[in-house]
Design a protein around this ligand. Structure first.
Ligand code: MN
Length: 301
């Protein structure tokens, strides 16, 4: 980014409660709905869960999106209505493609470690694939690249000479950037992509601006590089993608285009319709879907 460029805007994340755990929601946030097809970014933790139940999110449906779970500390057990029961450990990714409909639950395993830190993101599916059959992938083989003091995990797309095995349906990138000690790194960016940066732990200066946990920096298309500087151990997440041109309607766990699609999914889930299947093995109730309010409208950007 040239020195005379205006500084990228920094937006505040919002704190929410998900399954009894405080999470920090960087996307969507006031002023920014999407970054590429990334339409949701929650950071859960770091939190101490020793002696407690940890995270427990009962069975709930999704449509029209992929859920992308990046485990940094601790473990989580995913169960879905296709019959998968998959533990995810640090350095691993769970990718669930909802397509026309799926249900899942997420919980801390019975014997769990003392701390949890994870990021869960959603990726809006483009029109041509959003009604596809649901599927699930577990990835224990995320590439890790050393770059100018960074330990970079290439979560999605291609960067720094490595390519993620995670299958997505639009041009996207996702990087976990850990600096074990003070570092100053120059990160090449795809010029046509828009990008976002959040700091998960510690503090970092990105494109010359201090960025604290709970803030999202938005970098519009047109930038070929970004500098990231830290004074000690820190971790940031960089996401990006080609601006998503389709209008997107998000409500609860649904990504769609029209209010009717949302209303139909909500009614079907609440009626136990076979569209979503059944999650087996979760010790607790399924979540009821709220119904969309009148006046719900699609938005983009
Ligand atoms: Mn979910």
């Amino acid at each position: 980014m040239p020195d005379d460029a205006p500084p990228p805007p920094v937006l505040a994340a919002r704190d929410s409660d998900v399954g009894g755990m405080l999470v920090r929601r960087a996307l969507p946030t006031r002023g920014r709905r999407l970054i590429g097809a990334w339409c949701f970014l929650d950071q859960a933790g770091p939190v101490e869960i020793a002696g407690g139940p940890g995270m427990r999110v009962g069975p709930h449906p999704h449509i029209g999106l992929q859920t992308f779970t990046w485990m940094i500390e601790g473990e989580l057990l995913h169960r879905d209505s296709l019959g998968h029961a998959q533990r995810i450990a640090p350095g691993q990714v769970n990718l669930m493609t909802a397509g026309r409909g799926i249900a899942h639950s997420e919980e801390s395993p019975g014997a769990h470690g003392p701390r949890v830190l994870l990021a869960q993101l959603w990726i809006a599916l483009p029109d041509r694939v959003r009604h596809c059959a649901p599927s699930f992938e577990h990835h224990a083989d995320i590439p890790v690249v050393a770059h100018q003091g960074l330990v970079a995990s290439v979560l999605v797309g291609s960067a720094l000479g490595a390519r993620s095995p995670v299958r997505v349906h639009s041009p996207l990138v996702g990087l976990d950037l850990l600096t074990p000690a003070a570092a100053r790194a120059h990160l090449p960016l795809e010029v046509g992509f828009e990008h976002g940066v959040v700091v998960l732990e510690g503090e970092a200066t990105v494109a010359g601006q201090a960025l604290a946990p709970g803030q999202l920096m938005y970098v519009p298309p047109g930038h070929g590089a970004l500098t990231l500087e830290t004074h000690g151990r820190a971790r940031a997440l960089l996401i990006g993608g080609a601006p998503f041109e389709e209008p997107v309607l998000m409500f609860w766990n649904y990504v769609a285009r029209t209010p009717d699609e949302i209303a139909e999914a909500a009614a079907q889930w609440n009626a136990g319709d076979p569209r979503f299947g059944e999650v087996r093995g979760f010790d607790g109730p399924r979540l009821d879907s709220p119904l969309p309010p009148p006046g719900l409208r699609a938005s983009s950007g």
